[in-house]
Each structure stands twice: as C-alpha cells, then as structure tokens.
Design a protein around this ligand. Structure first.
Ligand code: UD1
Ligand code: UDP
Length: 381
C-alpha cells in the first residue's frame, strides 16, 4: 500500500524518523512511504540536518512554501498538496502534531476523501488563541485513525465524542482512536546511545556534565510579546549572574530575529555580554539529545523538549500558561510558570533543591511506531 507522509516543521521531521524506521525494519514489503516536505522550515539547521543523521528517506517532493502569514502559508500548501494527492492516489495520508503543514494536508486530503492518520492526536491546551490548538482540533475531527501518545489525550478524544469501539474497517465517519505511546519516546530511546557515541557538542562547548541548564524559546506568544520576551531573558540574566549558572540556548530563528528588535539595549547587552548565557544556533537532533542527557534542568516553551526533558529524567520549567503534556506537571517533574520572572526564579530554585523527582513510564514502551504501522496496514492494507 502507498502512504504519503507530510512533514514541514522541525519536530515533524524528527517524529517521521520513527515511523520510517519501523517501516524499513518491519514493513518494507507492505508499506511504500512517499515523503512530502512542505518547506515550512527551510534553514539547513531546521530541516536538512535531520535527514542524514536520523536516516530519514529524503522527501520525494519539497514544496518550498517557506514562511508567511497563517492564511497564506496554509493556503499555498493546500493548493499544492491537493494536486499531489490527486496524482499519487495514496491509500492514506500520515500527518504529525499541530503545525500549519498538518492543517493544510488535512484539509487537502479530507476534501478529496483520502483517509487521514493523525499521529499525536488528542492533545489539547484548551487555549484556542494558540494557532496549534485550532490545527490539532481540525485535524483530529477529519481523521480516520487517531493515535494519542498519552492517556489524557485519549480522554480528550472521548470527551469530544469519539468512540472507543472496534470495527473491522474505519472511515472518517467511524474513526478509531488509540492510546499507543509516543513516537518521540521511540526516537529518544533509539538515538540516545548514538548521540553518546557521536555528539561532541558538550566537549566543544566546554560544558560540565550535569552543571548547565538547557533552554529553548520559540512559541509565538513569547517571541512576539516584547514584555514576555524581556521577562524570560531577565530571568536568564538573573539565573546566570546571581546564580552563576550556565544556560545553553539553541535559539530558533524566529526568536533570534526578535531579540534585537524587542529587548531594550540594556537587557540585550546583559544577555549578549554574559559568558554564562550561551546562545547558539539550532543544533542537530543527536546534539540536542546530548544537551538533554547532560544538562541538569530544562527551561522551555517547546512541546517536544518538555517531553524529552522527562524522557531523560530532567526537571522542566514550562514557559507557557498551560501545557498539553499535563502528566508531566501532575507527577511533579515539570512546572508551568508562564513568563512571570518571580515564578521562573522560584521554580528554578525549587527544582535546584529538589531530590527524588519522579519520572514514571507514561509514554509507552518505545515501540509506538510499530503499533501505528500495524494499524495502518490492518485498516487500509
Ligand atoms: C512552527 C509551528 C509550531 C512548532 C514549530 C516548531 C505552526 C503554526 N507553528 O512554529 O507549532 O512548534 O514550528 O519549531 O505551524 N524561520 C526561519 N527559518 C526556518 C523556519 C522559520 O528563519 O527554517 C523563521 C521565519 O522568520 C518565520 C518564523 O521563523 O516567519 C516562524 O516560522 P513558522 O514555521 O511560521 O512557525 P514556527 O514559529 O517555526
Ligand atoms: N530540537 C533539535 N535542535 C534544536 C532544538 C530542538 O533537534 O536546536 C528538537 C528537539 O529535540 C525536539 C524537537 O526539536 O525533538 C522539538 O521541536 P520544537 O521545539 O521546534 O517544536 P515543538 O515540539 O514545540 O512543536
């Protein structure tokens, strides 16, 4: 059977590696996967770097859509994806997460009756001002097979009217929902030892193991709100200066562009001329895993990095007013603080002193991708 996988943004390229690996290892005689890249992310270190390193088949097609407003970016993608789906006639379309690439592919496929497989279904922030919340709700409600990585995601789907019933073949009018573990956990398990063997980043940056903080910031609520961005970076200056802690920040291009624009000259100087704040370009996945394995704490607004912090048993301060990964907060391994400086510093100090944090096995057994392939074959094969 032929499936088309849509990727576009960095986390989707990484997630797709897990399914492509499962297909290559177990189902190469049953599934023919065609990868289409929308080009939503295009910098070398936001896209290309991942293909060789994670052994993902190169996309057969790259639409090179690039950046743009939500409407324009999504519309351009829909137009081109529709043509590809009509030409290729896949048995199913696989989409990941909640980006504009996910939404565009969903709309294109649903209207011409190509069944949709949504990986990372059911996640909700209950904040519809977040562009991703709209994308994921629309995608879930047009999908035929929905794979939730968490129990709470599965419950959200039940609460929205999906039924747990098992029938022989599912359609978009009788979709199937699964709680199946997380393909990102599959990846973290698979690539951790490779990262330990191959990544030299910790050494290259002269970092002491378990003695630095890893941070990422890219959420539009934070980058596009000068007050929020200033509060986050004032907190970093405080932690770096008063706490004498090293903070490593592989910075998303979106955030990099906003720092010069939004921070006051005084704060910008305090950030740029502080040897404890190490702003670096986005790193490869193996380097990122190395940072996650060897840091002592994570401060982030990324969905994926929150989870990876948990996989590698690191406490995580969440720079958002809510999270879809509620289990992390419930078990005490992560704390939601938004962008309030007092709360960020308080969480930092509490996690620095915390002993015996708990990281229960919440994300499956590292084989979610194989389960997903089996269900795709069962339903569409
Ligand atoms: C997108 C997703 C977000 C996801 C994130 C992962 C949407 C609505 N948002 O956000 O859910 O968490 O990807 O990283 O789909 N840019 C570059 N080079 C690139 C890519 C982006 O410079 O290769 C800059 C451009 O200025 C662009 C901005 O980043 O305008 C935002 O990019 P975009 O893809 O629209 O959204 P992200 O913030 O990356
Ligand atoms: N990541 C990476 N290099 C970086 C920053 C992040 O490889 O410099 C990886 C990270 O390990 C995770 C994914 O990118 O697997 C998360 O993507 P991102 O934070 O861009 O988006 P989100 O998960 O918030 O949608």
């Amino acid at each position: 059977m032929k499936i088309i996988t849509i990727i576009g943004a960095r986390p989707q390229i990484i997630k797709a590696a897990a399914l492509s690996r499962a297909i290559a290892n177990h189902f190469s005689n049953k599934i023919n996967e065609l990868i289409v890249h929308t080009g939503q992310h295009y910098d070398q270190n936001m896209s290309e770097v991942f293909f060789d390193e994670l052994r993902i088949p190169k996309p057969s097609i790259n639409l090179n859509i690039g950046s743009g407003s939500h409407g324009k970016q999504t519309a351009l993608m829909i137009e081109q994806l529709e043509a590809i789906l009509i030409e290729e006639k896949p048995e199913a379309l696989v989409v990941y997460g909640d980006t504009n690439s996910t939404l565009a592919a969903t709309i294109a496929a649903a209207k011409i009756h190509v069944p949709i497989v949504h990986i990372e279904a059911g996640l909700r922030s209950f904040n519809k001002k977040m562009p991703e919340e709209i994308n994921r709700i629309m995608c879930d409600h047009a999908s035929t097979l929905l794979f939730s990585p968490t129990e709470s995601g599965y419950q959200n789907l039940l609460n929205e009217g999906f039924k747990p019933t098992e029938i022989e073949k599912h359609t978009s009018d009788n979709p199937a929902i699964f709680h199946c573990g997380d393909v990102m956990y599959d990846n973290s398990l698979h690539f951790a030892s490779l990262s330990e063997q191959q990544s030299t980043l910790i050494k290259d940056l002269g970092l002491q193991k378990n003695a630095f903080i890893l941070s990422t910031v890219h959420r539009n609520d934070n980058t596009d709100n000068p007050k929020a961005l200033a509060s986050i970076f004032e907190s970093f200056v405080d932690i770096a200066k008063n706490g004498n802690e090293t903070i490593v920040l592989p910075l998303h291009p979106r955030t990099k562009k906003m720092l010069d624009k939004s921070l006051s000259p005084k704060l910008l100087e305090a950030v740029n001329y502080n040897e404890n704040i190490r702003i670096i370009d986005p790193v490869s996945f193996l380097d990122m895993i190395a940072l996650e394995i060897h840091c002592k704490m994570v401060i982030t607004d990324s969905g994926g990095v929150q989870k990876e912090a948990f996989f590698f048993k690191k406490p995580c301060i969440i720079l958002r007013p809510e999270t879809e990964w509620v289990e992390l907060v419930e078990c005490g391994a992560a704390k939601i603080v938004g962008t309030n400086k007092t709360l960020i510093l308080e969480a930092f100090s509490n996690f620095s002193a915390a002993k015996n944090l708990s990281f229960p096995p919440l994300f499956g057994d590292g084989d979610a991708s194989r389960f997903i392939c089996e269900q795709i074959i069962k339903n569409f094969g």
